[in-house]
Ligand binder design. Structure first.
Ligand code: SF4
Ligand code: SF4
Length: 130
């Protein structure tokens, strides 16, 4: 499962993810990490069986993780299957079906946001979490 973490600059100085990996034994993959002076944002891929434990531990350390059931949303009514998103995505979320219609595999998305600006028809948006 994908989790989005947003943290302050103070929090970013702490090895929270390393602590959680050690404490839970979860093989967490860091899909994306953007860290700036004022704070940061990270997308983690957490094994399903460790999800609840990982979320509870983040909460106990002062971070509220946001579940991303699907990191991106595609508005199929707006998509004209032009393919502009296919080449820019670093994780090959997009491709074409045999009939040249767009297919996408949202599970591979790391929420980098590149496809949002690449799509000329504003068909893609990032899920903000629920
Ligand atoms: S945000 Fe778009 S470009 Fe980035 S990984 Fe997800 S689908 Fe690919
Ligand atoms: S760039 Fe936009 S319109 Fe073009 S295939 Fe991708 S989602 Fe569809």
């Amino acid at each position: 499962m994908k989790l989005l973490l947003r943290f302050s600059s103070e929090m970013s100085k702490k090895p929270l993810i390393a602590e959680i990996i050690l404490e839970t034994g979860a093989k967490i993959n860091i899909d994306r990490a953007d860290v700036e002076a004022v704070g940061g944002e990270t997308v983690l891929d957490v094994p399903d069986e460790k999800y609840e434990k990982v979320v509870a531990l983040f909460r106990s350390k002062g971070i509220e993780p946001i579940l991303l059931p699907t990191p991106i949303l595609l508005d199929e009514a707006k998509c004209l299957h032009c393919g502009a998103c296919v080449s820019v995505c670093p994780t090959e979320v997009f491709g074409f079906e045999h009939d040249w219609r767009l297919r996408f595999d949202a599970e591979k998305c790391i929420q980098c946001g590149v496809c949002i600006t690449a799509c000329p028809f504003f068909a893609i948006s990032l899920m903000e979490g629920i």
